[in-house]
Write a protein that binds this ligand. Sequence first.
Ligand SMILES: Nc1ncnc2c1ncn2[C@@H]1O[C@H](COP(=O)(O)OP(=O)(O)O)[C@@H](O)[C@H]1O
Ligand SMILES: [Mg+2]
Length: 212
Amino acid sequence: MRGVFITMEGGEGVGKSTQVRVLADRLRCLGATVLEAREPGGTPVGDRIRGLLLDPTAHMSPATELLLYEASRAELVSAVIEPALSRGEVVLCDRFYDSTTAYQAYGRGLDVDLICALNATATGALRPDVTVYLALPLEEAMPRATHGGADRIEAESTAFHRKVIEGFEQIAAAEPDRVLRVGAHGTVAEVAERVWAAVAAHPALAAIAGRR
Ligand SMILES: Nc1ncnc2c1ncn2[C@@H]1O[C@H](COP(=O)(O)OP(=O)(O)O)[C@@H](O)[C@H]1O
Ligand SMILES: [Mg+2]
């Protein structure tokens, strides 16, 4: 049986990486084999691209940035995600193509239809079964995000990050069956409970969540 593809999305510092770890552990406790991945990166080629994308000294045009994200994604899908789904595993990915739509279309102002087409090319039209969108006002997310120094994207202006959040809100509103909007305020445990309540109720997780 084909596996389940779950993605975790949201702006900087909302708790995506934290919640991916917690959700992965919870799914493993229910007997699922879970593969954790993150974007950009996750493959030898992708990790080199990640280094470029996050380097504060690497200046690049919005189109260059877009194509690097898509190149990293194409490699991750073909080398890691598709094989794991074919093996019947749960794949839990920290960011995926919704981040490109939010950052490069809404944030940078690139054409949204172009980005949808490139997303489809990079993924071979693979779509997440479930996407968790961690929603948190910028004022609450920023203090979390800036711990440990800002990377190239985190260092962008407040106006940029507001546009990104607006992008995620639009995506969530447009695809409510796939994108589960979860409030990311409160403690890690409180957010994790909200994430689990949303994910476990989704039809794609019925077989696994039913094992509780
Ligand atoms: N619910 C929370 N409350 C307070 N701090 C949090 C919470 N979730 C995560 N953090 C902390 O905030 C920082 C950013 O979390 P992280 O999971 O890396 O976010 P993201 O991957 O979305 O950028 C980390 O230092 C993390 O420990
Ligand atoms: Mg993270």
